[in-house]
Design a protein around this ligand. Structure first.
Ligand code: ZN
Length: 450
């Protein structure tokens, strides 16, 4: 919650209309419409009332109607003519065995509770309230005026007294969001560096997700690598409540700089893009061969033509003429290359995101292929043959994700779209702003201490 001092300051600065979000010192401040000027004490007293019952109809003051979303209540300060000292709140966390009925039955007849339960089913079923979650009951002369339950870190269920019924809604929990730039230098690992900088491991996972298509966070990260992250930190009542979106992140990995910028399109879909507006989410090539036909699909059970028995076939066979070039379907590193009685000449490549692909029965390898060679999507790695256990010329193509065989035809084969051309100007402007913030933080870090 914003300090009273700051609110008074705001009120002086914006005496008549504070109804919108105002960005102050990089903090998103939500303020209500202030139309009265009351002494501080009264404001303090009645603001509590408003925290509880923001939706109680406000006497018409001739102003535009009062914002009724409960999400702004925690920063609400306007006094009301209806302010009443009888408002009582009960706050707590759900205990084992608590139910909506046991919590509310003192103030509401069971019939109404059942009705609320029925009506809340689509929003959040009251039967699903869980141990450990905070709740708040607001009473006016022992009558329930509001019940709030925190579903998770993001949303709360709000049941509010209206004239002759109760409204049920799910409202976002409002946080104060502070944008911060966090810079870390890698000595051992990213998670270690993040911890050293006083941040939490959830930030490591966020970064790993963003760059998962470009960087192998277990093997590629080296001492001397750097990360700069512009991220929102959520606070509520002064307490840290996790990170919101990473707005931008720079990663210098083995001398190469990767940049990621958050962009939300007109449909509200969020994604990370490089400076050119290309999605960081990469796709596999649809097939490792240009001219081929599938001679045996991926299956968990098929009749093996040579072994003459049913076996799983955790790959896709492409029949193709001898020496048809075989391409790697994505960037990666060769982890295995060699001859095997069953698989013949074969290559396995480790990719981003825990993926691995294997190419069996090759006639020969492409030049320069050896263990630990870096390969890039579309590079020819070898040529179709029938080495090992094979009846005809074909490529047996296999894909694993986190060590488990997956059907390559069903994995993500479509790259996320780039930023739409009509949104490109906005994207560029935004990403420049983000970059400036990161650079400003870098410069600040360079100033030597006195
Ligand atoms: Zn096969």
């Amino acid at each position: 919650m914003i300090s009273l001092l700051k609110r008074n300051l705001l009120r002086k600065r914006y005496p008549w209309n504070m109804k919108k979000y105002m960005k102050i010192n990089e903090r998103i401040v939500v303020a209500g419409r202030i139309v009265w000027s009351y002494p501080k004490k009264i404001i303090m007293g009645v603001s509590l009332f408003f925290i509880l019952v923001s939706a109680v109809p406000v006497v018409d003051t001739g102003c535009t109607s009062f914002p009724r979303m409960s999400k702004i209540v925690s920063d609400f300060t306007a006094p009301s003519l209806m302010a009443s000292p009888q408002i009582k709140t009960i706050m707590g966390t759900i205990k084992a065995g608590d139910t909506a009925s046991s919590l509310l039955n003192t103030y509401l007849p069971l019939k109404i509770i059942y009705d609320l339960d029925r009506r809340s089913a689509n929003i959040f079923p009251l039967t699903r309230i869980r141990k450990g979650h905070p709740y708040k009951i607001s009473l006016l002369e022992d009558n329930l005026v509001a019940f709030e339950y925190e579903i998770n870190q993001d949303d709360r269920l709000v049941i509010q007294k209206e004239t002759d019924t109760y409204s049920i809604s799910k409202n976002p929990i409002e946080y104060e969001i502070r944008q911060e730039t966090i810079s870390v230098d890698i000595r051992t690992s990213l998670s270690e560096a993040i911890k050293q900088s006083g941040e939490y491991s959830s930030l490591t996972w966020k970064l790993a997700d963003i760059f998962a298509w470009d960087i192998d966070f277990i093997r590629d990260i080296q001492p001397g690598d750097q990360f700069e992250v512009l991220v929102g930190k959520r606070y509520r009542d002064g307490k840290f409540h996790g990170y919101s979106d990473v707005k931008a992140a720079f990663c210098t990995n083995q001398g190469r700089v990767y940049k990621a910028f958050l962009h939300e399109d007109a449909n509200g879909r969020k994604g990370y893009y490089n400076e050119k507006g290309q999605s960081l989410q990469k796709a596999f090539l649809k097939t490792p061969l240009n001219y081929s036909r599938i001679s045996s699909p991926f299956s968990t059970r098929r009749f093996h033509p040579i072994l003459k028995k049913y076996r799983a076939h955790p790959g896709v066979d492409y029949a193709a003429p001898r020496n048809t070039p075989i391409k790697t379907v994505a960037d990666g590193t060769i982890t295995r290359i060699g001859y095997n009685k069953t698989m013949g000449r074969n290559i396995t490549i480790r990719h981003f995101n825990g993926y691995e692909t294997s190419y069996f029965h090759m006639n020969k390898y492409a030049k320069g292929m050896k263990k630990n060679t870096k390969v890039f999507q579309g590079d020819v790695i070898g040529y179709v043959g029938k080495t090992g256990l094979a009846t005809g010329y074909h490529l047996c193509f296999r894909m694993r994700k986190q060590g488990r065989p997956v059907n390559p035809l069903k994995e993500n084969t479509a790259s996320a779209n780039p930023v739409l051309s009509e949104e490109m100007d906005g994207f560029t402007l935004q990403s420049m702003k983000y970059s400036e913030k990161i650079k400003a933080a870098q410069n600040l870090a360079l100033i030597p201490p006195n």
